[in-house]
Design a protein around this ligand. Structure first.
Ligand code: NAD
Ligand code: ZN
Ligand code: ZN
Length: 342
């Protein structure tokens, strides 16, 4: 019998028995080996964020393909995969004009997961990785080279792809740029790592927690606290006050990259004179505009070459029954990432 962590109403989740159907055409069934606990899962628990309930939590997973549906030729049982939540659909306006990184309709699966009473389960970002097994579209399961432990590989699926991608794809940070990161959890620390890869000359780290600043320095931050006249500020918190702080820190033609998920109804005031005079830009990052099939192999390669540090981001290993504790640790800033191991 499969088990998964199911959000049945806002604020209420339980580890439940679930039924996992065989994959349909173009789909694959994946046995999960590891799943990171991302702040976006907590955001979903706290706000219901754009999902039909009940919903199977988790979206940062790695595992092994167990079964493939009809027509799947790119994957076979036994393949090690990282799951990716933003594969391009290939059919929308953005995909049709070749701008696949802007696609926002990744293909999912139809009604493959159920509660024991037969009720249909939706899947967080069409993934559902807080579960022993899940079914995803074959385009969302990216085969990876051997050699990366699942507890590290899973992080590529959200925090690392989002953080590094926000630097390299969304912002296109140049060599010598001066950048800051507000909020140094797993996503923010991945921004720090991306900024280092891009050759940023100064990387300012901001966080409310001393230990996150220590971690940021270990991952490549060069300064603590707000900088001034910066080229890029990455807001990985996403609150009105961090947006205001971020805009204030920018210099001429500076860019604010908005990554942290907004609370429902949140609004920020923008000083228009400042916006105009400094020619500021605000860009929003969905997953760092990553495309799993294009970017995961590169990120795996960089991890294997030691260019990005994944091991240092895994600060706690937990079981599927420990998700409530993992959320508490996330809220308390106790961890960089808790990873569920199966
Ligand atoms: N845009 C996307 O595609 C995307 C993808 C993944 C995660 N996210 C979002 O990014 C955010 C970060 O995710 P995470 O998993 O790294 O979370 P996290 O909780 O691990 O990290 C957030 C960090 O921000 C710090 N922080 C909180 N308030 C702050 C403030 N006012 N000033 C400075 N630092 C502050 C916390 O101490 C913590 O270290 C969340 O909102 C998450 O939902 C967005
Ligand atoms: Zn995430
Ligand atoms: Zn598309």
């Amino acid at each position: 019998m499969d088990r998964g962590v199911v959000l049945s109403e806002v604020g209420r989740f339980d580890l439940e028995e679930i039924e996992v159907d065989s994959p349909g055409e173009g789909e694959v069934l994946v046995r999960i080996e590891a799943s990171g606990v991302c702040h976006s899962d907590l955001h979903l628990v706290e706000t219901g964020w754009a999902h039909r309930l009940p919903v199977l939590l988790g979206h940062e997973g790695a595992g092994v393909v167990e079964e493939v549906g009809r027509g799947v030729t790119t994957l076979a049982p036994g393949d090690r995969v990282v799951l990716g939540w933003r594969s391009p659909c290939g059919a929308c306006r953005w995909c049709m004009r070749g701008d696949v990184r802007r696609c926002r309709t990744p293909p999912g699966v139809r009604d493959r997961l159920h509660l024991a009473d037969g009720r249909s389960l939706s899947q967080t970002l069409q993934m559902g990785t807080f579960a022993t097994r899940t079914v995803v579209h074959s385009a969302a399961a990216i085969p990876i080279a051997d050699g990366l432990p699942p507890e590290q590989a899973c992080l590529i699926g959200c925090s690392v792809a989002t953080g590094v991608g926000s630097v390299l794809n969304t912002a296109d940070v140049w060599e010598g740029a001066r950048v800051a990161v507000i909020g140094c959890g797993a996503v923010g620390l991945s921004v720090v790592q991306g900024a280092r890869l891009a050759g940023a000359s100064e990387i300012y780290a901001l966080d409310l927690e001393e230990r996150k600043l220590v971690a940021a320095e270990a991952f490549g931050a060069t300064h603590r606290g707000p900088g001034a006249k910066l080229d890029f500020v990455f807001d990985v918190v996403g609150r009105p006050e961090t947006v205001a702080q971020g805009l204030e820190m920018l210099g001429h033609a500076g860019t604010l990259v908005y990554i942290g998920l907004p609370q429902p109804g949140a609004a920020a005031a923008i000083d228009l004179q400042q916006l105009f005079d400094r020619r500021l830009r605000v860009v929003v990052s969905h997953g760092g505009d990553h495309v799993p099939a294009l970017d995961f192999p590169q990120l795996v390669q960089w991890a294997r070459e030691g260019k990005i540090d994944l091991a240092g981001m895994v600060t706690k290993r937990v079981g599927l029954e420990d998700v409530a504790q993992a959320f508490d640790d996330l809220k308390a800033g106790e961890v960089i990432r808790s990873v569920i191991l199966f």
